[in-house]
Design a protein around this ligand. Structure first.
Ligand code: ATP
Length: 269
């Protein structure tokens, strides 16, 4: 199974320029993850311990994974990614062993950043109520906690996790020495939506497009949805064999993306 774990390693090419908004959040993550790797002497000199683990939380599609990748790219560190829900649903019965191997790999490949997406799948309180599968999930969580306790705060393996459901997390995960720095990644405000739209339309040919109108039509829209809006507007322009993407294409694209979002929400409930 070591081979499987090796496949979790990535070399992300995401840069900070590809992240719209989230400036303060990025700086917080850099202080907790990147600078301890690239300038450890500052922490030494000042005599302060960087946080052990960083938890990013917020709605799906707001850029949590994007930030983690950009920080890994900038730190020149290996990015080792594991999904909490895959641990539970794909590697049934092997979760704890996989977590062990994940951290062995992280040490071998150091400097490295371990990123556990959807950590609520292994670390949520409701899982430990005696329902089926919960003993296995509990073992996986215990292994993760043990691995984290085995690391120093200044090591060259940095640990990050992300969740949409911080309210469900087992408090054991949030104790000092574990995920002790919590950073909220919110829905983008108007300025951030403008930046995100600029990023995702940078390579598109556009004619008389009023970005401000799009910004005000996309309140409560995530970065992932804004990316979908840009792509959809481009596809509509392609379909009508146009020279450039126009305002009407964006208007139609926003409608379509919002309709799909509502459908997805209806399926969730
Ligand atoms: P999930 O909780 O579903 O894993 P996430 O917060 O990790 O979501 P990402 O995977 O980072 O979301 O975002 C998905 C995609 O949406 C990104 O690859 C990117 O193209 C786009 N995106 C999201 N947020 C931003 C942003 N702030 N700036 C630019 N693009 C963004």
């Amino acid at each position: 199974s070591r081979i499987r774990v090796m496949e979790l390693e990535e070399q992300p090419d995401v840069t900070f320029e590809q992240v719209g908004g989230l400036k303060e959040e990025i700086e917080e993550v850099r202080e907790a993850v990147e600078y301890p790797l690239t300038k450890p002497e500052i922490y030494e000199r000042i005599g302060v311990e960087p946080p052990k683990g960083i938890l990013l939380y917020g709605p799906p599609g707001t850029g949590k994974t994007l930030i983690a990748k950009a920080v890994a790219h900038n730190s020149n560190a290996r990015f080792i990614r594991m999904s909490g829900s895959e641990l539970v649903h794909k590697y049934i019965g092997e979760g704890a062993q996989l977590v062990r191997e994940l951290f062995i790999l992280a040490r071998e490949r150091a400097p490295s950043i371990v990123f556990i997406d959807e950590i609520d799948a292994i670390g949520s309180m409701r899982m430990h109520d005696g329902t089926s599968g919960s003993a296995e999930v509990q073992r996986t969580l215990m292994q993760l906690l043990a691995e984290m306790d085995g690391f120093g705060n200044r090591g060259n393996v940095r640990i990050m996790a992300a969740t949409n459901r911080i309210d469900m997390l087992d408090p054991a995960l949030l104790r000092p020495g574990r995920f002790d720095r919590i950073i909220q990644v919110p829905l983008p405000d108007a300025d951030s939506r403008r930046e995100i739209l600029k990023i995702h339309t940078a390579k598109m040919t556009m004619k008389d497009v009023d970005l401000e109108a799009i910004v005000s039509q996309t309140e409560k829209t995530t970065g992932a949805e804004l990316q979908a809006v840009a792509r959809e507007a481009g596809m509509i322009a392609v379909r009508r064999d146009a020279e450039a993407v126009e305002q009407d294409d964006f208007t139609a694209a926003i409608k379509k993306v919002k309709r799909e979002e509502h459908k997805a929400q209806a399926q969730d409930t």
